[in-house]
Ligand binder design. Structure first.
Ligand code: PMP
Length: 395
């Protein structure tokens, strides 16, 4: 036995003698299961195609031939990985071209791409505010904004979703010099829009910058799918930070922060999720850039999406959607899971949101519509969903 072997076997003996440090996991698993909150990722299989109403692929671009070809071309040119962090050698000409074209399309002076939307939000918030500053957020914001707030070490005031008067009050009552207001523009849970114009006015009057996450609005709302900020005529405002993702309407992967040129260079210097993360994958860059060209060339795509969303909402008895999300409250998490399983057994994938993603008692089916769904498919989906809701007693 070598010295290393004997040290190792001694360590293992000590570990076996100790109480298992992860023993609590079994109890936790039981608790989660009993509450009906255990999650099993849905595994999509190539040989078993399903009708997908659970994705964020709102425009159906993830499988568009030009988008797939864009990914292939970038793979051929740059290889399978960006090979390092952006500041080292992980920035290719393709990254810079994409950022310039995205900024141009969305009406901002500059853009910076991160390897996910999650990391873009965390990077932007933590680079803009820190200890001794104030963030005003609301109860509907996405987990990536919440985590950015927590990691920033700023004081965080959380107001009710949509309560822009409370945002105004929190800014006026503050003692901190620097403040940031953060919000989703279209809330991810139910697709309803935030009062972005009112939040912008409150932030401006209170001397704060406003960060708006447009993940569920780009490709869906605004002129040619440019988002809610563009719809409100706020694109390029100097005190506005827009974030969005390449993982939804663009059908690829990645996150983007848009704003003034000085914001971009500040993020390059200070955003830890930019500095210490391997650069966005070249295939995702190429695919997203191709998706941008497809969207730019066909502004009717968002209109088709909204038409499909209206048709499905009417057929499942939901209110007219403001974006691409239709939320059908079931209540009990077990019933929601059973309804989603019923749909899956009939070849239809729908989202199923339960706590902690939504408050207790509001577990739901979440349907995300796509621009590329044919009308007969939408009608079939509606039949399946209605049948599922009836089967679990939610109708
Ligand atoms: N913001 C919002 C509003 C989102 O819904 C999501 C994705 N669920 C993200 C950010 C994170 O984006 P990504 O999946 O690219 O990390």
């Amino acid at each position: 036995m070598t010295t290393t072997d004997s040290v190792l076997s001694e360590l293992l003996d000590t570990a076996a003698a100790r109480e298992d440090a992860l023993g609590w996991l079994a109890e936790e698993a039981e608790r989660v299961k009993t509450a009906g909150l255990h999650r099993d990722p849905v595994v999509r299989r190539a040989e078993q195609p399903m009708i997908n109403l659970a994705s964020n692929d709102y425009l159906g671009l993830s499988t568009h031939p030009d988008v797939v070809a864009g990914g292939h071309a970038a793979l051929d040119t740059w290889g399978a990985g960006s090979t390092a962090s952006r500041l080292v050698v992980g920035t290719t000409a393709a990254h810079v071209d994409l950022e310039e074209d995205l900024a141009g399309f969305l009406g901002f002076p500059a853009a910076l791409a991160f390897s996910s939307g999650y990391l873009a939000n965390i990077g932007a918030i933590t680079a803009l505010v820190g200890r001794g500053d104030l963030i005003v957020s609301d109860t509907g914001t996405h987990a990536s904004l919440i985590d950015g707030c927590r990691l920033s070490r700023a004081r965080v005031v959380v107001v009710d979703r949509g309560d822009h008067a409370a945002v105004r009050d929190a800014l006026q009552a503050r003692t901190e010099a620097r403040a940031l207001v953060v919000t989703d523009s279209v809330y991810s849970i139910d697709g309803e829009p935030a009062p972005v114009a009112e939040l912008y006015a409150a932030a401006r009057d209170g001397g704060a910058a406003l960060l708006v996450d447009e993940a569920h609005a780009v490709g869906v709302r605004g002129p040619g799918g440019r988002g809610l900020i563009a719809e409100l005529g706020l694109s390029g405002a100097p005190d506005l930070v827009m974030t969005t993702v390449l993982s939804k309407s663009f059908g690829a992967q990645g996150g983007v922060v848009l704003g003034p040129e000085l914001l971009r260079s500040h993020l390059i210097d200070r955003a830890r999720t930019f500095i210490f993360d391997t650069g966005l994958n070249p295939a995702a860059v190429g695919a997203a850039h191709a998706a941008l060209r497809v969207l730019g060339a066909d502004p009717s795509l968002p209109e088709r999406l909204r038409g499909n969303a209206a048709r499905l909402a009417e057929a499942v008895g939901a209110p007219m959607p403001s974006a691409a999300v239709i939320s059908l409250i079931v209540g009990d998490p077990r019933a929601a899971v059973a309804a989603a399983a019923h749909c899956r057994d009939r070849g239809v994938l729908v989202g199923c949101f339960r706590p902690p993603s939504v408050p207790a008692g509001t577990s739901r089916l979440r349907l995300t519509v796509r621009a590329d769904l044919e009308l007969d498919v939408i009608d079939h989906v509606a039949d399946v969903v209605n049948e599922a809701l009836t089967a679990v007693g939610a109708r």
